[in-house]
Design a binder for this molecule. Structure first.
Ligand SMILES: Cc1cc2nc3c(=O)[nH]c(=O)nc-3n(C[C@H](O)[C@H](O)[C@H](O)COP(=O)(O)O)c2cc1C
Length: 158
């Protein structure tokens, strides 16, 4: 099957620490499940991603830390640059979110939900908050989230 017919999953992951890099790796590991034959994925840091990436994708997975009660500045910058260029063209885009938060995460969840509501994107899964002390199971949770999003897009459920 040629790749032009495949669905494209865009993973935008802010990964400033060893743990968050493990989460980013888990996101693309989930999206590269061997049974996923019709999904390509692209992984980008928020500062490298822009509206052209969103326009080219069929689903989006966002990953951020919570810093000072909000999403990372890098992810906010991505939204600032991408919001209006994609607003009219990507309504209904299937999306998912994971947040790595040392102790809370709710401020980030609210902020991203509000932007996603404005964009009229569609949650395939509820936002995932990985809160508190680091746990190795966070990696599995992100892998599963990414895999679920990818399978949903492949099967046309999303
Ligand atoms: C400047 C700064 C501000 C932070 N603010 C918050 C915060 O408001 N809420 C929270 O849950 N965690 C906060 N954290 C913790 C980070 O979310 C956490 O360290 C980050 O996700 C990386 O996770 P790791 O330590 O497992 O690598 C903050 C960390 C830093 C460095």
């Amino acid at each position: 099957m040629t790749s032009e017919f495949k669905k494209q999953l865009l993973i935008i992951a802010h990964a400033p620490s060893e743990n968050t890099r493990l989460l980013r790796d888990a996101a693309f590991s989930g999206a590269s499940h061997p049974d996923l034959e019709q999904v390509n994925y692209v992984v980008k840091a928020p500062l490298e991603a822009g509206p052209e990436d969103v326009l080219a994708c069929d689903a989006i997975l966002l990953g951020t830390t919570e810093n000072l009660g909000y999403m990372s500045g890098a992810l906010k910058d991505f939204f600032d640059r991408s919001y209006y260029p994609v607003l009219e063209k990507k309504q209904g885009l299937p999306c998912a979110l994971y947040i790595r938060a040392g102790h809370d995460g709710t401020g980030t969840q609210r902020a991203v939900e509000s932007i996603v509501t404005g964009l009229r994107w569609r949650w395939v899964q509820p936002p995932l908050i990985l809160r508190g002390e680091w746990q190795p199971s966070f990696v599995d949770q992100v892998e599963e989230l990414s895999m679920t999003l990818a399978f949903s897009v492949e099967s046309g459920i999303a």
